[in-house]
Design a protein around this ligand. Structure first.
Ligand SMILES: C[C@@H](CO)C(=O)SCCNC(=O)CCNC(=O)[C@H](O)C(C)(C)COP(=O)(O)OP(=O)(O)OC[C@H]1O[C@@H](n2cnc3c(N)ncnc32)[C@H](O)[C@@H]1OP(=O)(O)O
Length: 287
C-alpha cells in the first residue's frame, strides 16, 4: 500500500492553477504525488502532477521534486526511486510561460535552473517511467535517472532526446490527445525525424519498453529488486556507473576498482559473497 510522504509546497502559476483546481493537496504537494511503493515500502514513487500544463517543469514543481528526492535520499527504508508522469505527459519541458519574460541577467544572475540536476546527484538509483510527452528537459531528467523505462512496446510515445515531440503516425498531436490510454503504435519526432520505440531502445536511449498498463508496475518492480540489495553497495555501484558515463574509460575503470575494493570494508560484501557460496538468500544490513 503506497504510504503518502508529507513535504512542503510552493507554487507556479498557470491559468488553470490560479483556479480552484490547483490547490495544495492535503499532503502538502501541489505538483507532485509522493508515496512509498512496493511490498516493503522500499520504493520512493514520485508522480509529476501538473496536468493543466502537461507537467511543464515550473520552478515550484522542481522545488517540490528536489524536496521529494531529498526526503527519499534520507529515508533508510527507501532503496530506489521511480519518477513518472501522468496519463498524457511525462513532462512538457521547462515552463515556457514562466521563462517567457526572463532576461539574460535574470537567468544567469539568478542561477535559473540551478538545482535541476538534483535528479542526477541522488545517490539512490532512480528510474524514469516515461509515459506520454517528454519534451526537452524531461528527456534530460530521464537520462539523468540512468534507468529509463518507457511506455508501450508498440505504444511508445515517450521521447528520448532533445527536443522531441511525439506524434502517433501521421496523425499529429491532436490524434495523440485522443489516443491517450490506448495501445497504439506511436512514433517520436526527434528534431524533425521520427524514431520508433525499437530504434530508441537500440540507440540506448531507454532500457526497457512496456505496454501502457504495465509500465509503472514494471518500474516499481525493478526498483524493488534494486532496493532488496545492500543500499550501501548499490550507492557505490551507482557512483561507479556514473563515473563510467562522465569520465574516460581508464578513469571509470579506476573508480570502479577503488569502489570495489571499498566494498571489502562492508559487512554486506561479506554477507553477499557468503550467501552466494552457501546458495542462500543474502541478509543485507546496509552496513
Ligand atoms: C529549458 C529548455 C531546454 O530545452 C526547455 O525545456 S524549453 C521547453 C520545451 N518544451 C516545449 O517546447 C513543449 C511545449 N509544448 C508543446 O509543444 C505542446 O504543448 C505539446 C507537448 C506538443 C502538447 O500539445 P497539445 O496540443 O496536446 O497540448 P497543448 O499545447 O494545448 O498544451 C496543454 C496545456 O499545457 C500548456 N503547456 C504545454 N507545454 C508547456 C510548457 N512547456 N510550458 C508551459 N505550459 C505548457 C499549454 O500552454 C496548455 O495550457 P493552456 O495554454 O491551454 O492553459
Amino acid at each position: 500500500v503506497p504510504v503518502p510522504v508529507l513535504l512542503a509546497a510552493r507554487g507556479c502559476s498557470s491559468a488553470g492553477e490560479r483556479g480552484s483546481g490547483r490547490r495544495e493537496r492535503p499532503s502538502g504537494q501541489r505538483f507532485l504525488q509522493v508515496q512509498k511503493a512496493g511490498s516493503k515500502g522500499s520504493v520512493g514513487l514520485i508522480r509529476l502532477q501538473r496536468p493543466q500544463a502537461l507537467n511543464a517543469l515550473c520552478e515550484g514543481l522542481m522545488a517540490e521534486l528536489r524536496r521529494a528526492l531529498d526526503a527519499f535520499e534520507a529515508d533508510a527504508q527507501v532503496g530506489a526511486i521511480v519518477i513518472t508522469g501522468s496519463d498524457k505527459a511525462f513532462a512538457a519541458g521547462a515552463d515556457i510561460k514562466e521563462m517567457q519574460g526572463k532576461s539574460f541577467q535574470q537567468c544567469y544572475g539568478g542561477a535559473f535552473l540551478a538545482g535541476w540536476d538534483r535528479v542526477a546527484t541522488v545517490r539512490k538509483p532512480t528510474i524514469a517511467a516515461v509515459n506520454g510527452y517528454a519534451v526537452s528537459v524531461p528527456v534530460s531528467l530521464r537520462a539523468l535517472c540512468r534507468v529509463p523505462h518507457a511506455r508501450g512496446r508498440d505504444s511508445w510515445r515517450s521521447p528520448p532526446a532533445v527536443p522531441i515531440t511525439p506524434s502517433p503516425g501521421a496523425g499529429g498531436t491532436q490524434r495523440l490527445t485522443r489516443a491517450v490510454g490506448k495501445s497504439l503504435a506511436m512514433e517520436m519526432v526527434l528534431t524533425g525525424e521520427r524514431i520508433s520505440a525499437a530504434e530508441a531502445k537500440a540507440a540506448g536511449l531507454v532500457s526497457k519498453v512496456f505496454p501502457v498498463d504495465k509500465l509503472l508496475d514494471a518500474a516499481i518492480s525493478c526498483a524493488e529488486k534494486i532496493a532488496s540489495n545492500s543500499k550501501l553497495v548499490v550507492a557505490m555501484a551507482k557512483e561507479s556507473v556514473n563515473a563510467a558515463f562522465e569520465t574516460t574509460l581508464a578513469e571509470g575503470n579506476r573508480t570502479e576498482k577503488r569502489l570495489f575494493y571499498a566494498t571489502f570494508a562492508t559487512d554486506d560484501r561479506k554477507e553477499g559473497m557468503t550467501a552466494f557460496v552457501e546458495k542462500r538468500k543474502a541478509n543485507f544490513t546496509d552496513s
